[in-house]
Design a protein around this ligand. Structure first.
Ligand SMILES: [Mg+2]
Length: 242
């Protein structure tokens, strides 16, 4: 039986940079009230996760910035893996090249790249662009897969510096030292949890997606929307309550 529930946030628990719905909160509460653990694993920083999931943050573990900032439900920082100056500089150079290559109509150039300390995130049209535009620009991930392919050589040079690049969120390419899979593995080892009692639910489990690294670490379940995720959660609540 599954007891420990790991969730991606954007595209899984919520729409991109959007607040969680009451229905989703009720689903997560259902898991917790039936003895399940809920862990939110997102590319976002802690403050953004709190903004999106609200009060329930007090009852869940946060693995922010793809798990490079781990925080318990009581607010204790479990670990934090910040990027070095060299890692940041080289990543920013590549992000600038990608922006030039993608050549998309951009409203606010200052909104494209966020340095989150443990992670650098490049958004194709801006992190704070209107949600509908974000959902429409690269829904099939074709632009971002193209960028990863085109800059394969530069990415392998970043790999030597210990940086990985993956498709994340709705419009992002995330650059981190450790990925979600590395950090989920670390966390379950620390907790002494049996991987078979864990499940990771995400919308980017495909190769190149920022959930893909979790494949092989714990069992995974792919969803394509928060609505689909709610259905999966309800089935797990039934199992826990049986
Ligand atoms: Mg996602």
């Amino acid at each position: 039986m599954k007891k420990h529930f790991f969730f991606d946030m954007d595209g899984t628990l919520t729409r991109s940079r959007s607040e969680i719905t009451d229905t989703m909160v009720a689903c997560l509460r259902g898991l917790i009230e039936n003895g399940g653990d809920v862990i939110v694993v997102s590319g976002a920083v802690k403050s953004q996760i709190i903004k999106q999931i609200g009060e329930i943050v007090k009852d869940v573990v946060i693995l922010a910035q793809n798990g490079n900032h781990a925080e318990s439900s009581s607010g204790e920082i479990v670990w934090r893996n910040e990027l070095t100056a060299i890692q940041k500089n080289e990543t920013l150079k590549l992000a600038r090249k990608m922006i030039g290559h993608a050549n998309l109509g951009i409203r606010d150039p200052g909104d494209l790249v966020e340095d989150r300390m443990c992670q650098i995130s490049y958004s194709l049209i801006g992190h704070n662009a209107p949600l509908e535009e974000k959902e429409a620009i690269d829904s099939e991930k074709i632009i971002r897969k193209g960028l990863l392919c085109c800059f394969e050589k530069e990415i392998s040079q970043l790999n030597i510096l210990g940086i990985q690049a993956r498709i994340g969120g709705t419009t992002c390419i995330d650059f981190t030292a450790l990925n979600k899979g590395d950090n989920v593995k670390c966390f379950i080892e620390r907790m002494g949890w049996d991987p078979e009692e864990c499940i990771y639910i995400g919308d980017a489990l495909f190769e190149g997606g920022n959930d893909h690294s979790v494949v092989g670490v714990v069992p995974t379940y792919s969803v394509d929307s928060p609505r689909g995720c709610e259905d999966v959660i309800r089935s797990f609540i039934n199992e826990l309550g049986a």
